[in-house]
Design a protein. Structure first.
Length: 184
């Protein structure tokens, strides 16, 4: 059986299939409209392996942080597939996925044009407190040791999530950058 990985949180569209706990096939597309290419990318992935949604035993979805449209597309499709096909869903934020590369307490950040979205993680890669957003002006004044990284390790994501409980589709929640900015 296969596990489908979905990440539409930012400009990179990233879908992959795991088989036997390892990445079997992945598709990355940069600079495309997720709303136009995402479903076709999943279809391409499944067709290349000669499988259908019925061959999936799990879904991993990156739930943000990101733009409303980007995050929403990935989360909604994961929820729809999970619900319709009764496939368990596991969720990870992009920041938490990045933290898996570091075996220490760390502060991970991802930038957008207006600032940085930040999460603090303990040695076990669990979020400490809440995610928060610093504008570029706030970041200049902050005395933070933030790790800026952009490449997640899919094998580490799978390993981290394999023993975690799945989430019912109705409880999968996106993390939006704009919502945090508005809350300030």
């Amino acid at each position: 059986m296969y596990t489908l990985f979905i990440d539409t949180h930012y400009t990179l569209l990233h879908v992959a299939l795991f088989k036997d706990e390892k990445v079997d096939l992945e598709i990355k597309k940069e600079g495309v409209k997720h709303s136009e290419c995402f479903i076709l990318s999943i279809q391409e992935l499944l067709e290349q392996k000669g499988i259908t949604f019925d061959d999936l035993s799990g879904i991993i979805v990156v739930n943000g942080p990101g733009s409303f449209t980007g995050v929403r597309i990935g989360v909604v499709v994961a929820k729809m597939i999970g619900y319709c096909k009764n496939i368990p869903i596991k969720v990870i934020s992009y920041l938490q996925a990045l933290s898996l590369k570091y075996n220490l307490e760390c502060m991970i950040g991802i930038r957008d044009k207006n600032g940085v979205f930040i999460g603090n993680f303990d040695q076990n890669h669990e979020l400490v407190g809440d995610y928060y957003y610093l504008s570029n002006q706030e970041l200049e004044k902050a005395n933070e040791n933030i790790i800026f990284d952009e490449v997640i390790n899919l094998d580490k994501v799978y390993e981290y999530l394999k023993d975690k409980k799945s989430i019912p589709p109705h409880f999968v929640k996106p993390i939006y950058v704009k919502k945090i900015e508005v809350d300030k």
